[in-house]
Design a protein. Structure first.
Length: 252
């Protein structure tokens, strides 16, 4: 931020789903640095196979002078999502911004994809986006407007590279948000999708990327997603809405 300039998200409250590591954690830190109070939402209350917990990310934000609240949230559970949203509103007074980032990765060919993997991708990457979005909309509307952001992937358009459960679920999430932008325009709510322009080598990618080797020139630093998320978080229906944005194109 420019020294002496007001923080662009001062007074705003952001709910970031899937924020215990990777892109979600980076976005949460950037939103907090821009002045937002942030609910760091994810299932990871204790360390598991992958690094990062909601408590550790919230502590990083608070130690840096921001304001963050860790909230346990399983995006596949309607009651868990509602409890997380309620806890955020009780702590911060409302919600202005949603970043629906929780996701699972499966890039295997369709013919060798177990049904449970297919269902998990749909449950987390699509139904999870639906549940957190549905729970947050009334609170954003009550604030007179705000911004909803779903994190997707450039793989949605890579039909010449085949099919997999991850890309299919993310394509459906994009359709959900593109249509929702029209539904919420009258409530002054911006609704957009945001994906990396290249590949962000998150902990989840390392674990679920099927051993795919990514050339260095195709690797994007996670901070690009953080900067782009801040820009989209400042929008309402009078600005950028109803779009699919690529991080490095939005904030070169």
């Amino acid at each position: 931020m420019t020294p002496g300039a007001p923080d662009p998200l001062s007074g705003r409250v952001a709910f970031v789903a899937g924020a215990s590591r990777g892109i979600g954690a980076t976005v949460a830190r950037h939103l907090a640095a821009a002045g937002a109070s942030v609910a760091v939402a994810a299932r990871s209350e204790v360390l598991g196979k992958l690094p990062g917990t909601i408590g550790s990310v919230a502590a990083q934000i608070n130690d840096a002078g921001g304001q963050a609240l860790p909230v346990a949230c399983d995006v596949t559970s309607e009651s868990s999502v509602q409890n997380a949203v309620d806890a955020t509103v009780a702590e911060f007074g409302g919600i202005d911004i949603l970043v629906a980032n929780a996701g699972v990765l499966w890039l295997g060919p369709i013919e060798t994809t177990p049904l449970k993997r297919w269902q998990l991708c749909l449950d987390v990457n699509l139904t999870g986006v639906f549940l957190v979005t549905r729970a947050v909309i009334p609170h954003v509307r009550a604030r007179g407007g705000g911004s909803l952001i779903a994190v997707t992937t450039t793989g949605v358009g890579m039909t010449d590279s085949g099919a997999n459960a991850y890309w299919v679920s993310k394509a459906a999430a994009e359709r959900l948000y593109l249509g929702l932008a029209a539904d919420l325009r009258g409530d002054n709510v911006a609704v957009n999708c945001l994906s990396p322009s290249r590949v962000v080598l998150t902990e989840g990618w390392q674990a679920g990327g099927a051993g795919m080797q990514i050339p260095p020139e195709m690797v994007e630093p996670p901070e690009a997603m953080g900067r782009a998320a801040v820009l989209l978080a400042t929008q309402d229906a009078s600005g950028i809405t109803g779009t699919v944005q690529r991080s490095e194109e939005l904030t070169p």
